[in-house]
Design a protein around this ligand. Structure first.
Ligand code: DOR
Length: 465
């Protein structure tokens, strides 16, 4: 490796496939005015490369910021079985148009993703159709608990996801004995949708009797979320397993989780950070309906506080499309979930613009955080030898989000008509520019996300201790 001034190159080679010039680059050391050279999908040089490097393609990114590729660790792309709502091609197209370079997809498809063949079918369906890199969760349930240790280590598997409360689809593990079996079989961080099924059933009459979507956070109340989160943490402590609690929505859970960071990582969604009850239900009706629900301002404030104090590890979109016709059914027959993969970065950049969040913290939540907590290989930072995944954004660009920009088969966003400042301009996946000047270009070339080979061995040492 040669080190010349601030230019680091692995060899004497000075020809790149892609050179990104003139931008401010968000490196692990902070914002730097440097160029980035990429070859064979990886970053091969960083620094002032002017005059010393040539490239097949040069991207002049003057005035823009280069972020490490955004990794959205919670999306529902509905393929197979529910492709009238979404599919892998449209879902990943929306991802790259929104500046996302890798996604983890959820198992509540039809069929559910419960075994090696289900996982392989998703990987096969993604080949040649996925615009970004991808990994798929296997669902944890009573029928496959004993196979999970093997399943979670298959290539392309993001880990195991458990639904403790029913949301959409038939995947459910609400019984302590089943949860114990799931927790015992496997080493990777277990991802959990924490709402207490028994309490949801007991209180469903609130939704049915009112037929009013404003009652959604009353039916699925704070205790529904808190009881499930406390229960799964207790069970994980028994078995020495680490957890990832998805879409945390309450101040009470954040207070509880603050003392459990040695075992538990935390996700929040842009929806819970950007929308607020009751206003969102009055304005958007069931378009704002998701699980766990969007809640009142003091919960939203607590989520922001948890971002500021480092408690939150990742932002996941929980992109969960349903068609407008389905959403128009009378509540509570209207399904829960909204699109989000394409608006994750624009909405969060707007929060950066308004001063709620620093750009460095955003990078930690959307790139470094996912790589750190899920053991993703070669992604999550702009550094020599890492994958050349970039979300190149204009922090000053003003745009209005519209439904007709949304690539999802469902074709809508809760942010239709919303003005934002900060926008993804170019998206680069392993050195291929798939969005250039806000337009799709090239072919879908996404491949499976790689996880650290030694991941299961390393974590075994820790959890057995
Ligand atoms: O609102 C939701 N919808 N929350 C979930 O966790 C699942 C999702 C879906 O799949 O529609």
């Amino acid at each position: 490796m040669n080190v010349t001034g601030n230019v680091i190159t692995p060899s004497a080679s000075r020809h790149a496939d892609l050179l990104v010039r003139g931008a401010t680059v968000m490196t692990p050391s902070g914002a730097e005015r440097i160029d980035v050279a990429c070859a064979q999908g990886r970053i091969v040089a960083l620094g002032d490369l002017c005059g010393t490097w040539s490239a097949e393609t040069t991207l002049d990114a003057t005035g823009l910021h280069v972020l490490p590729g955004v990794i959205d660790t919670q999306v529902h792309f509905r393929e197979p079985g529910l492709m009238h709502k979404e599919n892998l091609e449209a879902g990943t197209r929306g991802a790259v148009l929104g500046g996302v370079t890798a996604i983890f997809e959820m198992p509540n498809t039809a069929p559910l993703t419960l075994n090696a063949a289900d996982l392989q079918a998703k990987l096969d369906a993604a080949r040649g159709r996925a615009w970004c890199d991808h990994a798929f969760y296997v669902g944890g349930s009573a029928v496959n608990a004993e196979q999970l240790a093997e399943l979670e280590n298959l290539p392309g598997c993001a880990g195991v996801k458990v639904f403790m409360g029913s949301s959409f689809g038939d995947l459910l593990a609400d019984d302590d004995e089943v949860l114990r079996r799931i927790l015992r079989h496997g080493r990777r961080r277990l991802a959990v949708h924490a709402e207490d099924e028994a309490r949801l059933r007991e209180r469903k009459h609130i939704a049915v009797d009112s037929a009013d979507v404003r009652q959604h956070p009353v039916w699925r109340d704070v205790d529904s979320a808190l009881m499930a989160t406390q229960r799964i943490v207790r069970l994980a402590e028994e078995s020495g397993r680490r957890l990832h609690v998805l879409h945390v929505s309450t101040a009470e859970e954040m207070a509880f989780l603050a003392g459990r960071k040695h075992r538990v990582t935390v996700e929040v969604t842009p929806h819970h950070l950007s929308l607020q009850a009751p206003e969102c239900y009055e304005r958007l009706s069931s378009l704002a309906q998701m699980n766990p629900p969007v809640r009142e301002q003091h919960h939203r404030d607590a989520l922001w506080q948890a971002i500021r104090n480092g408690l939150v590890d990742v932002i996941g979109s929980d992109h969960a499309p349903h068609t407008l016709v389905e959403k128009a059914r009378p509540y509570p027959e209207s399904p829960s979930g909204m699109t989000g993969v394409q608006t994750l970065l624009p909405m969060m950049l707007d929060h950066v613009h308004t001063g709620r969040l620093s750009l460095q913290r955003l990078v930690d939540l959307t790139s470094a955080g996912p790589a750190r907590i899920f053991g993703i290989e070669g992604k999550g930072r702009i550094a020599l030898g890492y994958d050349a995944d970039f979300s190149i954004v204009d922090l000053r660009a003003q745009r209005v989000i519209h439904n007709d920009w949304i690539a999802s088969v469902s074709g809508w966003t809760p942010y239709d008509g919303q003005a934002v400042t900060g926008w993804p301009i170019n998206t680069v996946v392993r050195g291929c520019c798939v969005v250039r000047d806000e337009a799709l270009t090239g072919e879908p070339q996404g491949t499976a996300v790689r996880f650290l080979e030694s991941w299961s061995q390393e974590t075994r040492g820790e959890s057995d201790a």
